[in-house]
Ligand binder design. Structure first.
Ligand code: AMP
Ligand code: GLY
Length: 426
């Protein structure tokens, strides 16, 4: 089969790496790819959100399966266009992609189908939102409706901070039209978990659980990022909690999507807060998580192409479950100086070969590029160094051993990825 992966991050490197292990994969393309992906795939200079460019390429090359990493193309309706052209693609249709692209759509669907989530109110008028915040009090959470590259959520500790967020989103328009509407919701407390499932709406198969680390500094300090590291499995998600998540969050959402007449053939990612009143949904994403995917896929024993093809063809029911290695896996993100703010780029990366030589370690590239036989850091999140072990503790040790082999000017990373799972601190 000829397979096309759209994207250029660590998630896409992990996908391409896993796809390359499939006996079905004869040729892999990645659009646009990065400085690590080219080892497994032919990188083509088409942006991941260039729907017509991707469609033309897929038609020309007679691609058998396309897998979309980031959300932008899904929200633009890439799956509708590919299917109309008779091409197989892994992902939801444009309407279902609103689950991620519009937080108002997502919360309203959750309310309609009784999916546990934080109490909320939707506003299209900033003054009404501020009045509500005065009445509600702090803490509260202010969310821009549209896509804001993971920056559209403010967990406000004071009324003033919440009102500032309303002003920034609705009046200063820092996210453009993504802030035309906002949500003010109750603040939840607890540990977070990422639950990803494959679905074609007729069948649901759970991927292994994972936990992300969104804050930039150790002990969950500093601003939110796209994710500084992840581990899988997340022992906090006990079988009892997983049953509740399955019944009340995943199944109700899937049945809602189905009843609303949507076409969803892809991965559904539920960001969940494990509160003392039970699991509640923070958000849905309509794609694989980044960096969760880097910690989940090394544990997958089943052939990923076989199962993604079954999803894309709407025949996931042929699978009863996926096979997993019982080992644990940890991914530590190495970022450029300044990230998640403005960062310095084009620093040469050293030690990649030494790190890759360690057993049970793999380095997934995110913001990298190859130039004159050198690998340069070209993005905020640069690498996802990943290690496996029999236990999480062993996986943590192996991962940091690999991280220590790698250097680039200004590189920073969290030193405590995975420690929550073993209830200690480094
Ligand atoms: P979201 O993009 O909606 O998942 O929000 C990003 C992050 O903000 C989440 O991973 C949480 O850490 C935090 N967050 C979102 N909603 C809430 C909430 N209702 N209560 C507390 N924290 C939240
Ligand atoms: N790790 C968070 C995300 O993929 O949105």
């Amino acid at each position: 089969m000829k397979i096309l992966v759209a994207g250029s991050g660590g998630r896409e490197h992990a996908l391409v790496w896993k796809i390359a292990q499939s006996k079905l994969a004869k040729k892999i393309f990645c659009a646009p790819g990065n400085g690590g992906i080219f080892e497994f795939a032919e990188c083509i200079p088409i942006k991941a959100d260039d729907v017509s460019g991707l469609l033309d390429f897929a038609k020309k090359e007679k691609i058998d399966l396309t897998v979309v990493g980031p959300e932008a193309a899904l929200a633009k309706g890439i799956c509708d266009e590919f299917r109309l052209a008779g091409l197989k693609i892994f992902g939801p249709d444009k309407k279902a992609a609103q689950l991620e692209a519009s937080k108002v759509f997502s919360k309203e669907l959750m309310a309609k189908y009784d999916v546990p989530t934080a109490g909320f109110k939707v506003f299209d008028d900033p003054e009404a939102a501020k009045k509500y915040i005065d009445k509600h009090g702090a803490p509260c959470v202010v969310k821009a409706d549209g896509l804001a590259q993971g920056k559209g959520v403010v967990v406000a500790k004071t009324v003033e901070e919440a009102k500032q967020a309303v002003k920034a989103m609705m009046q200063d328009k820092i996210f453009g039209s993504a802030g035309d509407k906002i949500i003010v919701e109750d603040c939840l407390e607890g540990q977070e978990a990422s639950i990803l499932v494959l679905t074609d709406l007729k069948k649901v198969i759970f991927l292994a659980s994972a936990q992300d680390h969104k804050r930039v500094f150790d002990a969950d300090k500093g601003p939110n990022t796209g994710g500084m590291g992840a581990y899988s499995p997340a022992p906090v998600v006990t079988p009892e909690l997983l049953k509740i998540i399955s019944d009340k969050i995943i199944n109700r959402t899937i049945s809602g999507l189905s009843r609303e007449g949507m076409d969803y053939r892809g991965v559904l990612y539920a960001g969940i807060m494990l509160t003392k009143d039970g699991p509640k949904t923070l958000e849905f994403n309509v794609r694989f998580g980044d960096p969760e995917t880097q910690a989940i896929l090394p544990r997958l024993k089943s052939d990923i192409v076989e199962v993604m093809l079954a999803v894309a063809e709407g025949r996931l029911s042929v699978y009863s479950d996926l096979e997993w290695e019982s080992k644990a896996c940890v991914c530590v993100v190495c970022a450029s100086a300044g990230y998640p703010g403005e960062y310095q780029a084009n620093k040469e990366i050293f030690g990649l070969r030494d790190a890759a030589q360690l057993t049970d370690a793999v380095v997934f590239h995110a913001g990298t590029k190859k130039e004159n036989n050198r690998i340069l850091a070209s993005g905020g999140r640069v690498l996802g160094v990943t290690g496996c072990g029999v236990t999480i503790k062993e996986a943590i040790g192996r991962t940091y051993q690999a991280v220590e082999k790698i250097k680039f000017e200004g590189m920073h990373y969290r030193k405590d990825i995975g420690y929550k799972a073993i209830n200690t601190r480094p």
